[in-house]
Design a protein around this ligand. Structure first.
Ligand code: PMV
Length: 329
């Protein structure tokens, strides 16, 4: 293996406007449908990877704690296979947001890890291959490689080489603010892999979800191209609620909301009834993400903060994709 053998990458979280919920291949993380997201300028992971021949095993630290997840270890095996090397790696990864708060960190985490591994090993992957690699860590990570608005293509190949994200529009194409109301954490949520499997195998609504999501993709693409925030918000909220209807129809039901989640949804609906453009989206957890125009952000944030059970409200805008940086994590 030739130098350089270490690299540092940063990546931010993304929020899906048309959700990914279902896999056509679980081992390869191949989605059943496409998805569309906006990459944020906040919720950042910074990851340093160093491949070191002196290491007897991978040495992974998350937020300073020696706690490599099995998924990260499997990802490093995958990267080694790709590079044809056997060298172990030291990985330091830090999130600038509270990890225990139930905010998804796998999207920014695996996007940063994929980019840092590519650079450290000199793999020279192109953008589609890099996105497909990040997908192996977490489906949503494939989208965080790209800035602004991105679309994950489900692909049709059995090996997944055509399942990667592409750019739809740059961060400034559609000015918006994403407010994230962090609600009181309930019992640990069912993870996305188990949740998707359960939904696919037990929800009678799943075929309808797949069909309506495929329709939503075209509509969302058009709404982003038309810079139509109202339509983007409307489609995002409808799509997210349909995903949760599908989750609720699983057996046993996947119920990701708590009382504060419901209160935050009602707050947003009340704002909208009073004339403020604001729309919700919710992932596999109790946090409520609210989309609005920058001019309305202060009003919406204040209303969310006043809601019962809201611990904090984070604010983000569309941001750049993953990138290599100097220094270490
Ligand atoms: O990337 P995963 O395996 O964490 O799945 C993401 C699932 C959702 O966040 C609910 C939807 C999405 O498209 O991000």
């Amino acid at each position: 293996m030739s130098a350089p053998t270490h690299a540092t990458a940063v990546a931010t979280s993304n929020i899906a406007l048309v959700k990914y919920w279902g896999k056509r291949d679980e081992a390869l993380n191949l989605p059943t449908t496409g998805s569309i997201s906006v990459t944020l300028d906040a919720l950042t992971t910074r990851t340093t990877v160093a491949f070191d021949p002196a290491l007897p095993a991978d040495d992974i630290a998350l937020d300073g704690h020696p706690a490599g997840t099995p998924r990260m270890a499997r990802f490093l095996d995958l990267v080694r296979d790709l590079a044809g090397v056997r060298t172990y790696a030291r990985v330091q990864s830090r999130n600038d947001f509270p990890t225990g708060a139930g905010l998804a960190s796998s999207a920014s985490g695996f996007a940063a890890l994929a980019l840092a591994c590519d650079a450290a090993l000199g793999l020279g992957l192109d953008a589609p291959a890099l996105s497909a690699l990040a997908r192996r860590g977490s489906g949503s990570a494939a989208r965080s490689l790209l800035g602004g608005f991105a679309e994950m293509q489900p692909g049709s190949a059995a090996d997944g080489h055509d399942a990667y994200a592409v750019a739809l529009a740059p961060p400034d194409a559609l000015p918006l603010v994403m407010l994230i109301a962090v609600t009181a954490a309930g019992p640990k949520a069912v993870g996305s892999t188990e949740g998707m499997r359960r939904t696919e195998t037990t929800s009678p609504y799943h075929p309808a979800w797949v069909e309506s999501t495929r329709r939503d993709l075209g509509r969302m693409r058009d709404a982003i191209a038309a810079r139509d925030l109202e339509q983007v918000g409307h489609l995002a909220e409808t799509n997210a609620l349909r995903m949760h209807a599908n989750m609720l129809a699983a057996e046993p039901a996947l119920f990701y909301w708590n009382a504060a989640t419901v209160a935050a949804i009602q707050t947003v609906h009340a704002l909208r009834a009073a004339g403020t453009g604001a729309w919700i989206t919710i992932d596999a957890g109790p946090q409520v993400k609210v989309i609005c125009a920058p001019i309305d952000a202060a009003t919406v944030e204040k209303a969310l903060r006043a809601g019962p059970g809201v611990e904090q409200v984070l604010s983000a805008r569309p941001g750049p994709g993953a990138r290599l940086v100097e220094g270490t994590a």
